[in-house]
Design a binder for this molecule. Sequence first.
Ligand SMILES: *Cc1c(COP(=O)(O)O)cnc(C)c1O
Length: 360
Amino acid sequence: MARVYNFSAGPSMLPEEVLKKAAAEMLDYEGCGQSVMEMSHRSKTFDKIIKDAEQLFRELMNIPDNYKVLFLQGGASTQFAAIPMNFMNKNKKADFIITGQWAKKAYQEAAKYGAARAVASSADKTFSYIPKTTAADFDKDADYVYICMNNTIYGTKFPELPEVGNIPLIADVSSMFLSEPVDVSKFAVIYGGAQKNIAPAGLTVVIIREDMLGNEMDITPTMLNYKIMAENDSLYNTPPCYTIYMCKLVLEWIKEQGGVEAVYATNVKKADILYNYLDSSSMFSSTVAKEDRSLMNVPFVTGNEELDAKFVKEATAAGFVNLKGHRSVGGMRASIYNAMPVEGVEKLVEFMKEFEKANS
Ligand SMILES: *Cc1c(COP(=O)(O)O)cnc(C)c1O
């Protein structure tokens, strides 16, 4: 069977070149007679893999030297607890902007460990926009301000960072990791699960400014203690070795594309193709405020549930898979991460045009 265009929100497409390279190296990684899957995480060969992955992250994201790059497990959802345990321990309070389910889950989890406060929310309009805030909205004594920068389910993205003064800013970038240039120095912590944009599931990358470390609550489990993970270069216990290797291959691929700037230019092009059609179609429409639209996750609807279902069914048969929207939004959602080629979006729009013609 030919490869499909996979619009899944995650796990999601990986670059075909990366999959081919991984396949070619599966049985014998660089002449060492074994697969990366079988290798000791303490071996010289794996040590080079994890160090190369970190170096590539530093290079591609322009990460300042006073930040640690951690390769962890547990997904973004585990960090929802680790973040308050590690950082909500000076004044025991933190401010949250609720822009969707993932921000809300992080907020609810933090509320178990301290005074979590929802500063603003877009729940009133099904999270279809990013609420505006000013520095005055935040508690100057908050241990941090938390945002989810790209909202995978609702298809919004912060068009600019909230102004938070000197309060440390923490961001979940799971669904936009390395999709556009980000100024890491604006964040105290920036993190995400790998399975949307940078690797298969199983890896969570947490980038932390060093001065944030060492203030964890006494109850913090060793495995959720960022300081211990940093002191052990993410090798306190067995890390997700194979996923880290896959991540390294994806980072090399991004570098070959010309780096994050080049990937971003392609992402803008892909998003423009889709949004321009949605804005001109009389059948399909975007569900998101124009200025807050995500480049990665594009929800859309026909306004008729039966027609939505018919579209998803016919699209699947034509090789455009996983277009069904999240159960909380309905309709459709096209996730067009870094690995989705421009051609995939062009062909999807062609298909949508034909569907519109045939059904109106
Ligand atoms: C997918 C996703 C999560 C949850 O990630 P897990 O790795 O499944 O825990 C959290 N935040 C965002 C923005 C996501 O897209």
